[in-house]
Design a protein around this ligand. Structure first.
Ligand code: SF4
Length: 402
């Protein structure tokens, strides 16, 4: 292996034998163990496990079954694990089966119960000078960024970067500053565009992504819902009041790179690792709180010490797997399925301006890792197929409780 490549450990959902020794949970345990060995967790270290615990009717977050195994692995090192996310997700986590009893550790709101326990971090981007980082996250000694890999409306993909970039901050920072950055460059000219013209554009958008603020005479685009079908631009072409700048989409990705990097800068880099679960890969993020069909087959788990490497490997594995076309939601009318275009499945779903690799490239530019990686498969189906099957003892007598 070339020394400038980062290792990404991969455990496939596929198994070479039917028995537990070859199964996916064992691979999760082994990858967690390998990363723990590379992470100096000292006795009594406070270990933050940053998750997205989901909302409302969403149930496709990381199963508590795996979370508990990771928590127990941390406890074996002598560290004190706790799970953290935004206050509302923490309060309702029980609905998805996450409790102190099931997970094996406390679940603590990232910025306190009123979302006000924060610490400002300095940035200098598009007129924003600070972001309010969750104080509970900052208080931790070790960070395990435990993420569910899936699509995301605003940027195509949500994984390890997004889990910190948005989930590491208070609600106002998340919504007003990080999401709000897409609105900094003006895209509506109220002198050229009359309210009547604006209303026509609102009506024409097939995704309901446009809204007209009558009072402020401003047309507002919801970048999350926009699939860059360009219908609005076609209608506006003789008037020229509306723009659809790619930079507005990119600004969000760059802001996520900055905000996730700021989270990482609060930790000793040796005390951080990443696990991405590539299961239940849906079109949209868990933030939507809704059940969705998987649009990519289950792939497995990847783990790494390098955020850029793990995100690149995750996206590459998803690209290789491809879309389950019959599961594409019927309301998405502009999905590009042209096999002659080399597009990532998330770009096909969310539109040409939502390149899922964009935030990863920005994080790499900020020096937080490398996109050059070596994929190290743990207990591959080929390997386990050739392994001797241990003798299986079924419970025929007294229950073993094992
Ligand atoms: S590009 Fe399409 S989806 Fe986006 S705002 Fe315009 S009409 Fe709506």
């Amino acid at each position: 292996m070339s020394s400038n490549k980062s290792k990404v450990y991969f455990g496939s959902i596929q198994h070479g034998k039917v028995w537990p020794f070859a199964s996916f949970p064992v691979k999760v345990d082994k990858i967690t163990e390998i990363l723990m060995e590379q992470t100096p967790i000292e006795e009594k270290d406070k270990v933050a496990i940053k998750m997205h615990l989901g909302f409302n009717d969403g149930y496709q977050t990381i199963p508590v079954f795996f979370v508990r195994r990771i928590v127990e692995a941390v406890k074996r090192t002598g560290g004190y694990p706790f799970i953290t996310d935004n206050p509302t997700a923490v309060y309702n986590a029980v609905k998805r089966g996450y409790t102190q009893e099931t997970c094996g550790c406390p679940i603590i709101p990232i910025a306190g119960v009123k979302d006000g326990y924060t610490t400002p971090v300095k940035i200098n981007f598009k007129g924003f000078d600070t972001l309010d980082l969750g104080g509970v996250l900052k208080d931790a000694d070790v960070l395990i960024d435990l993420s569910h890999a899936k699509g995301h409306g605003a940027c195509g993909y949500g994984g390890a970067i997004k889990n910190l970039a948005l989930g590491g901050y208070s609600g106002p920072t998340r919504w007003v500053k990080i999401h709000g950055v897409s609105h900094i460059d003006k895209y509506w000219d109220s002198v050229k565009g009359s309210p009547e013209h604006a209303r026509k554009l609102v009506e024409a958008c097939p995704y309901g992504a446009l809204r007209y603020d009558e009072e402020k005479e401003n047309l507002i685009r919801n970048y999350h819902d926009c699939h860059q079908c360009f219908t609005c631009l076609e209608i506006d072409q003789d008037i020229g009041a509306l723009k659809l700048p790619r930079e507005s989409y990119t600004a969000f990705q760059e802001m996520m790179a900055i905000s996730s990097s700021k989270v990482l800068e609060t930790f000793d880099s040796s005390k951080v690792f990443y696990l991405n679960f590539l299961l239940n890969i849906t079109t949209y993020c868990d933030c939507l709180g809704t059940a969705q069909p998987s649009i990519v087959n289950d792939i497995g788990i990847v783990g790494s010490k390098d955020i850029v490497a793990i995100e690149t490997a995750t996206l590459d594995l998803i690209k290789k797997e491809g879309l389950i076309e019959k599961n594409i939601p019927p309301f998405l009318k502009h999905v590009n399925l042209d096999p002659n275009e080399d597009l990532h499945p998330f770009t096909r779903l969310h539109g040409p301006y939502k390149d899922p690799y964009e935030s990863v490239r920005f994080v790499e530019k900020l020096g937080k890792g490398t996109s050059r990686y070596e994929l190290v498969e743990i207990l591959s189906p080929e390997e386990t197929a050739n392994m001797k099957t241990p003798e299986k003892a079924f419970e025929r007598g007294e229950p073993t409780f094992m």
